[in-house]
Ligand binder design. Structure first.
Ligand code: F6P
Length: 343
């Protein structure tokens, strides 16, 4: 019986379990045997697996996170790990692999397809929604709804205390969570990595708003937003195995600058991993399920080296190499819509 493996890599996000469930259910219907690879590429380096049958995926649809575990392991980073991946792929007896991940995990998948493991299909996930070649990644909608709810909550306390509150959201180098949560939550200023921060302009907008009688403001800032000189605020300079810095802290920096320049009492709220946890929205459950079923259809058709993707309302497939070629960032049209409501 042919065997399919599935792994989830990179930051977890709501919707991973619906994908795992869909892959298992569809693959069983098609007569495959399944195995779960634990903790992303690390599981293939270490031959760490778990059995996956219909009972293993029962009840996981509404659960956040991933029953397989995850890691940010890059097998191209450490000498010898690539060979271990290849050896273990054979040892585990895999005929195909479903790699569920973002830019990094799928980047490894794309390289492996050229480096001797062609039978891979990719499934795009990330709360950041920054993968090109798909209109949406699952996980984003849940993170967006969490962030929007947090902004609603921040509004009531900011208004009562006549304060400015800076809400820092995730998203790495793309401003999707910030811009959409900012629009949905009615933020008074939204700052995203795609548009350099003009702190004088931010303070001018807030002052003008207060002059028309408003005594509070909400500023949403993406963790990867940059100042005009190109600098960003990071938690540490150390890079992870994919060359990423740990972002975070820009909210505090901005809050201090805003308070100093405007004289208005300012607080900061960093939403952090709260955006990544918890139960997936119905949208993410449905998208994850559609992606999982399509991934198995690609395997059945022996259409490897592809990533499933959402285009409009259709699930399509695109070459993995295309999908990881460039980041999808917020375009100016979107930002201009948010701007209408600034101040
Ligand atoms: O890519 C998802 C993401 O949540 C980013 O938005 C964020 O910068 C990063 O992961 C945080 O990573 P970690 O969970 O390793 O702190």
């Amino acid at each position: 019986m042919a065997r399919i493996g599935i792994l989830t890599g990179g930051g977890d996000c709501p919707g991973l379990n619906p994908v795992i469930r869909a892959v298992v259910r569809k693959a069983l219907l098609e007569g495959y045997d399944l195995v779960g690879i634990k903790n992303g590429w690390k599981g293939l380096v270490e031959n760490d697996t778990m059995p996956l049958d219909i009972n293993a995926v029962s009840g996981i649809l509404p659960k956040g996170g991933t029953i397989l575990g995850t890691s940010r392991t890059n097998p191209y980073k450490k000498e010898g790990e690539l060979q271990k991946v290849k050896d273990n792929f054979k040892k585990i007896g895999l005929d195909a692999l479903v790699a569920v991940g973002g830019e990094d995990t799928l980047g490894v998948a794309s390289k492996l397809v050229k480096d001797g493991i062609p039978n891979i299909v990719g499934v795009p996930k990330t709360i950041d929604n920054d993968l090109s070649a798909t209109d949406y990644t699952f996980g984003f909608d849940t993170a967006l709804n969490v962030a929007t709810e947090c902004i609603d909550r921040l509004h009531t306390t900011a208004e009562s205390h006549h304060r400015i509150i800076v809400a820092e959201v995730m998203g790495r180098h793309a401003g999707w969570i910030a811009i959409e949560a900012g629009i949905a939550g009615g933020a008074d200023v939204v700052l995203i990595p795609e548009i350099p921060i003009d702190i004088e302009e931010v303070c001018r907008i807030i002052k003008k708003r207060h002059e028309r009688g408003k005594t509070f403001s909400i500023v949403v800032v993406a963790e990867g937003a940059q100042f005009k000189d190109g600098s960003m605020v990071t938690q540490e300079q150390k890079l992870d195995s994919f060359g990423h810095v740990r972002l975070g802290g820009i909210g505090e920096n901005l809050a201090q600058q805003i308070e100093k320049a405007t004289g208005y009492e300012t607080r900061v709220s960093v939403l952090g991993h709260i955006q990544r946890g918890g139960s997936p929205t119905a949208f993410d459950r449905v998208l994850g399920t559609r992606f999982g079923v399509k991934a198995v259809e690609l395997i059945v058709a022996k259409k490897f080296g592809q990533m499933v993707a959402l285009s409009g309302n259709k699930i399509i497939d695109v070459p993995l190499s295309e999908a990881v070629k460039e980041l999808k960032t917020v375009d100016k049209d979107f930002y201009d819509i948010a701007k209408v409501f600034f101040g």
